[in-house]
Design a protein around this ligand. Sequence first.
Ligand SMILES: Cc1cc2nc3c(=O)[nH]c(=O)nc-3n(C[C@H](O)[C@H](O)[C@H](O)COP(=O)(O)O)c2cc1C
Length: 469
Amino acid sequence: MKRLINVLIVNGSPKGEYSLTLQHSLYMLGQEDAVNSKVIQAGEVLSSIIFDKAWLESAISDIEWSDAIILTTPVYTMLVPWQLMRFFELIKDAGKSDVFFGKYATSMMTCFHYYDHLAENWLRAKSEDLGMSYLEGRTADNTDMLGKDNRASMRFFMHEFLETCRNKSVVERRFMPLKETKSPEFKPSRVTEPVSSKSAAQGASLKTVLLTDEYRKDGNLSAMIDVFIDAYPHPVEVVDINDFPYEAGCHGYLRCELVGECDRKDGFQDFYVNLVNSCDVLLFGMNTQDRFLKPIWKLFLDRTFSNGHRTSMMGKHTAYLVAGPLRSLPDVRQFLEGKSNVGRENAIGIISDEYEHSAQLECLLRETAESLSKAALAKYQKSVNFLGVGGIKLFRDLIYSMRGVVPDDNRFYRKNKLYDFPQKDIARQIFNLGMGFLFKFKFIRVGAYERMPALYIKLHKHIVNSGKP
Ligand SMILES: Cc1cc2nc3c(=O)[nH]c(=O)nc-3n(C[C@H](O)[C@H](O)[C@H](O)COP(=O)(O)O)c2cc1C
């Protein structure tokens, strides 16, 4: 007879019972026997800044009760929602993180596959850090579950997960435990000039805003910011993101997309849109915490979704100052690079504080501040790599397929010529039609092969040889 096991679904979706992701976990568990199951609505309960403390205690007892946990979550802003991060943080603050130890965990995510790999990496790393055995989860879009074949794979997946738990099988560990390293203390040599004394008289002025989670405190980040601002030749407005009176995290009901306004009434949407629309350069001062940035960043970034898929920093310039072990957190770097690549925000530097000698870091900060100013004034556009090209195409297809219900995004995509589908390129279509016919003949293919190297660069060579700009 099968051993009865207790399975806890931790739902990170703020939509609670209405969560699409939850339907996947409920379906898979509902197909299994010898299982006791419970659901805790972490995303929904922890959305408001003020939450029910008694709920947290009962959630901790539910974790204690369980043999296995299914982390059920949508992907929000390339990771899990702030609410789910907060769930783990609150348990840590209560001194109860050991409640997870020795359990089996997996994840069920729904999303549009935009950076879902970073979300799963985070879930796996978090689970492994807490001493759980994590089995690779599943990620689905909004229609996958409707397919019969997909449901068969979902059932197989859940069955295997539960068997692994029943048999207490050994599973792969993928992430090294995080080392307790501290960056060297940053002691810049020069006394910095107060921000307000800088005038725009030193040439064309760029409206520059710095968003930070730490300012004028004792940490390295505050010192990095001071040096950067000192070397940067334009006035900088500093905004501490801790000071915004957030009512709650993003609700996920998409009132912003459908109606055009955020359903939270704390004024964040106006605050953010005014800020990015009015600035030329955006600076970020960020502290890391555990395997990501400080959780306040997740709250902040999830709420920026109220601007829909309109890449608000497109063509502008940014730089990121990061205090913490960025070299040991490649996913945090990828998060920042992906965000800036997809947003076409021209990140001129992502600088951490991990330098042995303060003088080195000071030089780097000062030089980056100058480079940023030069690049922004020259309207220099960085090239976009796979992280950006892939992300942009994914959004293009998504917005196009939903254009009837996301009119603001649709307008933005049209206006900025982001619907660059290859099938709309008539000249290329005609070329392919003709070549498709001609390539049926081998001698044409051989001829093309012989002429291809020179033909491929003919126009480029012409530009090179003309000597013109
Ligand atoms: C604030 C917000 C951010 C999102 N960010 C992402 C994302 O980065 N990548 C992605 O693929 N989908 C993203 N989505 C889409 C959700 O992951 C998707 O709609 C999911 O199926 C919702 O699941 P739920 O109904 O369980 O909450 C986002 C949705 C919201 C509301």
